[in-house]
Design a protein around this ligand. Structure first.
Ligand SMILES: [Zn+2]
Length: 108
């Protein structure tokens, strides 16, 4: 086993580190209790929620199509049900354009 104080290698049955004398039998100074877990998980969940709504707010201000919450299946055909990689031509369509959208790029 590795000494947590100096990193020296000791027998698993050792009661103290042979290098630095660190006492392996001493009780752990701190152990996470239920309150610590609740607090930590609360902080993590709060951070996730803030991140989600922050990203949603940023996305809602982006130009089309980046503001879309539901990505059109044309953009992710590999996620189509049945494992179809390519949709038939008649199912390939872009989302409807809105009046304030910038003009579509000219087809080449
Ligand atoms: Zn040690």
């Amino acid at each position: 086993m590795k000494c947590t104080s100096c990193g020296g290698e000791n027998k698993d049955s050792a009661k103290a580190c042979k290098k630095c004398g660190f006492d392996f039998t001493a009780p752990v100074a701190w152990f996470p209790d239920a309150k610590w877990h609740l607090k930590t998980l609360g902080i993590i969940y709060a951070a996730v929620i803030v991140f989600y709504y922050g990203v949603s707010a940023i996305l809602s201000k982006m130009p089309r199509p980046y503001e879309l919450r539901h990505i059109p299946i044309e953009m992710t055909p590999w996620l189509a049900k049945g494992g179809k990689v390519h949709l038939p031509e008649d199912q390939l369509k872009a989302p409807a354009r809105e009046p304030d959208d910038p003009p579509a790029p000219a087809a080449k």
